[in-house]
Design a protein around this ligand. Structure first.
Ligand code: ZN
Length: 157
C-alpha cells in the first residue's frame, strides 16, 4: 500500500468514526442482532428492515473503538436499499478482504476498502468484523424464519 493511499484510508476511517452514518435506534425493524467483541470491548447492534427482498433500512448503534464504529458506518451506508442477494455478496467480499484475500474486487466495497489495512493488525480484525457479522446474522435469521419468502408472497397478492 502506498503512503498516499494509507493516509487516504486513515482519513476515511476517521471520518466515518467521527460522523457515523445511520447510527440510530430504529422503532420499526424486522430483526436486530448485537455482536460483542470482548477483546476490545466493542458492542455493535444492527437493525434491519426488509421490504420486497431489499434492505429498506439498516442502522446500527453501540459503542466501541474507531474501527468498529467506522466499519459499522461503512456497512450501513453500503447496504442501505440493497437487494438481499447483493448485500450477502458484499458481506462475503468484506469477510474475504479481512482474511487477506487479494483476488477480490475491493472497489465494490466502496469506503469499506479503507478497512483493508486492519489485516496487518490481527488484534483489530475482530473490531472491523462485528458489524458485518451482526448484519449477516440478521439476514440469516430472516431467511431461516422464511420471513423473506412470506414477504415475497405478500408482494404478489
Ligand atoms: Zn475495537
Amino acid at each position: 500500500m502506498t503512503r498516499h493511499l494509507d493516509m487516504l484510508y486513515k482519513t476515511v476511517i476517521l471520518e466515518h468514526s467521527k460522523h457515523p452514518k445511520n447510527k440510530m435506534e430504529l422503532s420499526d425493524f424486522d430483526v436486530e442482532r448485537t455482536v460483542y467483541n470482548p477483546m476490545c470491548g466493542d458492542t455493535i447492534k444492527v437493525q434491519i428492515k426488509v421490504k420486497n427482498q431489499k434492505i429498506s433500512t439498516v442502522a446500527f448503534n453501540g459503542e466501541g473503538c474507531a474501527i468498529s464504529q467506522a466499519s459499522a458506518s461503512v456497512m450501513t451506508d453500503l447496504l442501505q436499499h440493497m437487494e438481499i442477494k447483493e448485500a450477502k455478496e458484499r458481506i462475503h467480499t468484506f469477510k474475504q478482504m479481512l482474511r487477506g484475500d487479494s483476488q477480490i474486487d475491493l472497489s465494490q466495497l466502496e469506503d469499506g476498502m479503507a478497512l483493508q489495512g486492519v489485516v496487518q493488525f490481527p488484534a483489530r480484525i475482530r473490531c472491523a468484523q462485528i458489524a458485518w457479522q451482526a448484519v449477516e446474522e440478521a439476514i440469516d435469521t430472516l431467511e431461516s424464519s422464511n420471513a423473506l419468502d412470506e414477504m415475497k408472497e405478500n408482494e404478489v397478492e
